[in-house]
Each structure stands twice: as C-alpha cells, then as structure tokens.
Design a protein around this ligand. Structure first.
Ligand SMILES: [Zn+2]
Length: 465
C-alpha cells in the first residue's frame, strides 16, 4: 500500500492598510476598544455603499506578482452569501471568477508549488463567547484580506510549514502585512486527502489552525485519521465534495464541522455596487517595480558565495537582516569574508538588536584582515564592543592588548615559569598527556589571554618532552 498525502493551503493575510477595504474606517483592530472603528458600510447597514481601497488592490497585485502570477487586468468583486453573526451584511465581498492574480508558483527547497490564485476580500467581525453569551466586535469587519490558494502540490506537513514560512517572508519583504500567525493577521486552512494506491480519500478542509505547529500537527493528524479510516472502511470513491473539520489545538484532533460544501452553496454573484476594476499594463509594471529582491533570489545569491544552505536561509529570513549583511559585504565576492560576516551576524550580533545605520562595514573588513592575530572569542567580543561604542575594533584590540602573542621567545620564558610553579601538573602529564589542558590554561592566563592557544600547546609539549 502506497500512501501519498495531497496537501493544499489556503492562506489569509490581513493587509496593514490605514483604512478598511470598502470604507474609510481605521483598519487597526488589535487592542482597540470594541466597535469603535465602525461605520454604516462595515456594519452592513442598509443603503451603505462600498468604495474599494486602491492601496489594498495594488498590494494584492504586488503579492500576486511576487508569487509569479499572471495579473488579470480586468477583475471584479463578488458576493459570497452566507449567514453568520459576525458577518452583518449576510455576504462577504470577495473574488471568485476574476481574482487579481492567477497561476503563480513558489519554489520551496527546489520544488515548485503552484499557486492557483491570489485574491482580495474583506475580513469579518470577531465573535467572542463569554459566559454563555456571544459578544460581537466589528472593528475587524471589512479589513482587507488577501487569500492565497495553492494547488494541492505539497506532500508532507513539513513541506506545508516551509511553504507557509516562505509566504510569510515574502509578505513581510513586501511590507504589506505583519503576517503574524499567533496574532491572527495570517491564517491558514490546509486541505488534505490521500492517494492510497489508486484510490483517493475524500477531501478535508481544516479550519481554526492558529500556529505553525498547529498546521504541522493538524495535517499529520488528518493523514493518520484518513489512513485509519481507509483501512477500516475501505473508501472506494472520491465524492468530489469537501468536508470541513475544525482543529482543536488543546486535544490535538480535528472534528467534523460541515459536510458536502461547494461554491454553489454560497450563491456567488457579481457585486452590483462596485464597478469592475481595471489596471493598465503600465500600472501593473509600476507595481512590479516596487518589489524588492525576494528571499529565494537572495538565497541563490548567498549560496553563490559558498555559504551553506542553512546560513543563506538565515540571512535571507528578513529584509532588514539581509540588508545589513549586504551592506557589510559591499562588493566583495570573497567566500571567506562572507562566512566571517555571517558567523558574526548569526553569532554575537544576534544577541543584541542591531540597526543598519550603526553598522560600519570598514570595521568588519579591518577585523577580517587581522583575524589570524586574534582568537575567535576575542573577535566576537570586539565586534560587539565595536558596535556598541562605534570604535574601530582594531583600536580596541590595541588598547586592551588583545593581539595574540605568537612571539615564541617571550612565551617560552613564560612557559618555563608556569612549569616550575606547577610540578604536580607536570607529573600528571607524564602519566596522562591528556591533562595538558590544565597547563595550557595556566599559560594562557599568564599571558593575559593574549597567547595563541595553538602556539601555547606546541611550546608546552616541546618543553615537557
Ligand atoms: Zn467602516
């Protein structure tokens, strides 16, 4: 029996525009007094007319372009009809037939995952259940929401997670959303079914997944559940209908919410209050021109500097961090220098908050040129101190006498003194050469930490013979 998971993701990203999608209300809704950012439009009062947010439309197209999509120059909004208390109008304005962007792709570790569509819609209000009552907050109602729908090309929970992280990085590079999964400004609904030999299990959509770990666990749970169900019932035909299951993060299980749901149930029709949206080729190209170099392109560039996959991914993780790396690197193509900078950035400098303005590339270059005269721990200490004080690390090294003493004559004299002062350690060494560590430590201490440990070891070994 060969089991192949077939996984697709629907990702919702809340745009961080100033105003909402179809009205002028303030779009921020985190830590805001409930129902203070509302108006007749986003409360769905009769007769209120929506006016689309131009910036939101442009950002949706921008994301579509970043994901390699084709942009529909002519597009329009539609009504998706359903009833829920947090949807005051009784319908959501969204896009079905003509989304802004279609047919994209995203490279996830060398595998091209197809993107079906990137469309724009509005968020709903929030319901809160308190002591048997339901409270409604409409501050979120009408906040612009982009939906990215992948084709079911993902084949494992881990790959789905990587895809999600890539989307998050791109959205953040584009600076159109903070894409925070825990906060809910990025949400994800996986669809999962299995191909078991030549049979497909029924498709399940999972709702309410609120963390990256949740995505991983929910998909794995569904794979296991569907496998087990197939073994018990032997499902022989796919119905083509989608079942919706919720994710219970506390119990780590999915549970049935709705059966047999299709787009026909929502009676979609074109939104009569909003004319079709048209973007000219020039407008689309102008949007494309605002897209920065994206994480995948950066990773390729960094790996060309002989950096490892791991390092390249870390450096490209966010735009600010990669900008710092590139500023220090300057035009250099020296792999050793690239690795040297990387080690400092993901090492000591990662422990503090650094800003690009305070970075002086020359100091890194100076330190790199003298790296053979400084121990690695001293280099780490110097780069931190240099960043914090704005001083050339070589000046600091000079002042604190941190250059390694490789002058064997001076070290030899010191070594003789250390051996004379530690007869027991010398006796121990004769029995067990491993114990030389203690004497190395003593000599390093005697040199004020400035000796080169390799040279210290060599001198001691020679004298002890
Ligand atoms: Zn409003």
């Amino acid at each position: 029996m060969t089991i192949t998971p077939i996984i697709g993701l629907e990702v919702h990203v809340e745009l961080k525009t100033k105003s909402k999608m179809f009205c002028g209300c303030n779009a921020s809704h985190f830590h805001v007094e409930p129902n203070t950012h509302t108006c007749p439009v986003c409360l769905g009062l009769p007769g209120a007319l929506p006016v689309p947010n131009q910036v939101a439309c442009e950002w949706c197209i921008k994301l579509g372009l970043a994901l390699g999509c084709t942009i529909n120059q002519d597009s329009f909004f539609e009504r998706k009809n359903y009833f829920y208390p947090d949807l005051a109008k009784g319908y959501q304005i969204t896009q079905l037939q003509k989304p802004f962007a279609v047919n994209g792709k995203l490279d996830v570790d060398g595998r091209l995952i197809r993107i079906n569509r990137v469309h724009l819609e509005e968020d709903t209000g929030k319901s809160q259940h308190v002591g048997g009552e339901t409270l409604l907050d409409f501050n979120r109602s009408g906040v612009p929401l982009v939906e990215i729908v992948s084709e079911p090309d993902l084949s494992s929970p881990e790959e789905a997670k990587k895809f999600l992280i890539k989307i998050q990085q791109i959205v953040r590079y584009l600076d159109i959303s903070d894409a925070d999964i825990e906060k809910g400004s990025m949400r994800c609904e996986p669809t999962v079914n299995l191909k078991i030999d030549n049979v497909f299990t029924p498709l399940v959509e999972i709702k309410n997944v609120a963390s990256l770990t949740g995505v991983l666990n929910a998909i794995q749970f569904e794979i296991d559940r569907q496998t087990k169900q197939f073994q018990e019932d032997g499902i022989t035909k796919a119905t083509g209908e989608k079942t919706t299951r919720g994710w219970d993060a506390d119990k780590s299980v999915t549970f049935l919410q709705r059966e047999k749901e299709g787009s026909a149930d929502y009676r979609y029709f074109p939104e009569p209050d909003i004319p079709p949206i048209v973007f000219t080729k020039d407008q689309i190209e102008a949007i494309r021109a605002t897209i920065p170099e994206l994480p995948n392109a950066k990773i390729v560039k960094y790996k060309a500097l002989s950096l490892s996959d791991y390092d390249a991914n870390l450096l490209a993780e966010n735009l600010a961090f990669s900008a710092i790396f590139e500023k220090i690197l300057g035009g250099s193509t020296n792999p050793d220098f690239a690795k040297f900078i990387t080690n400092l950035l993901i090492g000591p400098l990662k422990t503090i908050e650094i800003t690009i303005d305070k970075i002086n590339p020359l100091y890194f270059q100076n330190l790199f040129d003298k790296k053979s005269d400084l121990s690695s721990s001293v280099i780490k200490q110097l780069i931190l101190e240099s960043y914090q004080t704005g001083t050339d690390p070589l000046v600091l090294a000079q002042k604190q006498n941190l250059f390694q003493v490789s002058d064997t004559g001076a070290l030899q004299d010191l070594a003789k003194k250390v051996l004379a002062a530690n007869p027991q350690a010398v006796a121990d060494y004769k029995k067990n050469p491993q114990s030389i560590g203690f004497l190395i430590g003593q000599l390093m201490k005697a040199s004020g930490g400035s000796a080169n440990p390799q040279v210290v070891r060599e001198i001691l070994e020679k004298l002890l013979k």
